[in-house]
Design a protein around this ligand. Sequence first.
Ligand code: SF4
Length: 328
Amino acid sequence: MFYYASMAIEYREEPCKVGLNRVKGMPFRWSLNPYTGCAHRCTFCFVRAFEARADRPFDDRYGRSIRVKVNLPEVLRRELARRSWKRELVAVGTATDPYQPAEGRYRLTRRCLIELTEARTPFHLITRGPMIVRDIDVLADAARRADVSVTFSVPTLDPEIWRRTEPGTAPPRQRLRALRQLVDAGVKAGVGMAPILPGLSDRPDLLEDVVREARAVGATGVWANLLYLRPGTREHFMANLARDWPELLTRYQAMYEGRAYLSKAVAEPVRRHVTRLQERHGVADRRRVRLEPIPELEPLQLQLVDAAAASVTAVPEPAIQPPTAAHA
Ligand code: SF4
């Protein structure tokens, strides 16, 4: 185990035994997280609730000690090589941001994406980190071999709300610029407006700012979710709310009294409003180049291709579907 400290954050290099984690009740079957803990330290981070359940710090200390799974790419490679691996969808970054600052040094996310690419395994990645543009080459290669998509979390463009609730993240407009680069490269990338904070980022003009800018940078879709507060996250978020927006505290306490999720009466109008904005601004998949998986060659087809290469004699045309990209 190796420790070093940077900007009051401790990085613990600890090998892992398991890479892919099985997930139930979600649209994906597996999750992958190169790090444990997240230096972005969002006040609303749902992972704080898991930390509280595990009896680990979920308050201001969360995100100050990051576990770095230094051997994850090797473990993942072995898991993906198993005959039992069915190439089910892997969600990258479900419990920590895969492009938090540590990735600049360790490159674990990049190396894991390369392993997923080699294994033609589809993946969806969610991040607030513009550092992802460093790996456009890997993402583009992956998108030619399996279904690949990226979501940038951009709950608001409001500088004050961002600064107070997502203290360790890059500015939202930087994320949108990164999104534009991915889309221009042909990679499917959309915006997740989550979490929207009642009484703060749910203002119609602020919602429209995000949707309009998402459209401007070519986001392939937009979805929205409102804040939910499980024990652990709740205490930390409420403490920060009391510091930054004390006038909202009573309202929040009433809205989340005895519940983690907002009532439908509060949440649904916001979701519907975002859907209307998405339609009004025409947010849709408008990529000029769409990278899509090339069907994998069967062994017999490979033999035919090899034979064709080795012989001047004509051989039957293998049933290969040629395009590497579909132009919209
Ligand atoms: S970026 Fe995501 S994982 Fe990291 S602190 Fe924020 S909400 Fe949590």
